[in-house]
Design a protein around this ligand. Structure first.
Ligand SMILES: N[C@@H](CCC(=O)N[C@@H](CS)C(=O)NCC(=O)O)C(=O)O
Length: 222
């Protein structure tokens, strides 16, 4: 089984899942949007994006959530719940993608992706929408995490990894995570997991192109 990945948020998420579960995958560094790569990757994912899981005898699987589901099934663990907690887990995946993760993605896209790949200047209006959405979503999560350490009562699940998928990039995005102490404490619990904090350990994965750090932007503004 091959997991095509890069250091960007969704591939990082898939690598972290594989590492957390101890999946027997070969990690293949991919750059599907680089010149000359499209033809190879179109056969695996018509949309070209990664992560992609290539498994003998099966259609290639793309979308980090689908890959997490497959790897969890193969692992025989309930990291992706298959019991009575599954609806609760799906609820957080669904809400997260439309709210918290979406807000993080919006801000990270402006300060991170656009700057790394020279896609254009930061759009302050988009940043404002992203930060407002982040505030609303983080407030809801703050109340949830006041009562338990992870999203599900039964403990760590894939929903936590998905919800946190853009937070490893917060050095660049600069989202005000510390305004939400219970959310920050939850994220620190994830960071204590080696599979989450350094999923690329031992892999030959080139660093992402640089984007200005949030701290550098503060200095620049003064
Ligand atoms: N909805 C997809 C999004 C996949 C996606 O946007 N992948 C981006 C990275 S976050 C990509 O392929 N970028 C090219 C690269 O990393 O080289 C998922 O959850 O897997």
């Amino acid at each position: 089984m091959k997991l095509h990945y890069s250091r960007n948020p969704n591939p990082r998420l898939a690598v972290a899942v594989a590492r957390h579960l101890g999946s027997s995958v070969t990690f293949v560094f991919a750059s599907p949007f680089a010149p000359g790569q499209a033809e190879t990757y179109r056969a695996l994912n018509p949309g070209l994006s990664i992560p992609i899981l290539e498994e003998e005898g099966r259609r290639s699987l793309w979308e980090a959530d689908a890959i997490a589901c497959r790897l969890s099934r193969l692992s025989g663990t309930g990291f992706w719940r298959t019991d009575d907690d599954e609806p609760d887990m799906i609820r957080w995946l669904s809400w997260g993608k439309a709210n918290f993760v979406m807000a993080c993605d919006m801000v990270h896209f402006e300060y991170g992706t656009k700057q790394r790949y020279g896609i254009g200047p930061v759009d302050p209006a988009k940043v404002k929408v992203g930060l407002d959405d982040f505030g609303r979503a983080a407030q809801l999560l703050e109340a949830e995490f006041a009562g338990r350490p992870f999203l599900l009562d039964s403990g760590l699940s894939y929903a936590d990894f998905r919800m946190a998928s853009f937070l490893p990039f917060n050095d660049v995005a600069g989202l005000p995570l510390s305004d939400y102490p219970a959310v920050l404490a939850w994220y620190r619990r994830l960071e204590a997991l080696p599979a989450w904090s350094d999923p690329f350990d031992g892999l030959d994965a080139p660093q992402l192109p640089k984007a200005p750090l949030a701290a550098e932007r503060q200095i620049h503004r003064q």
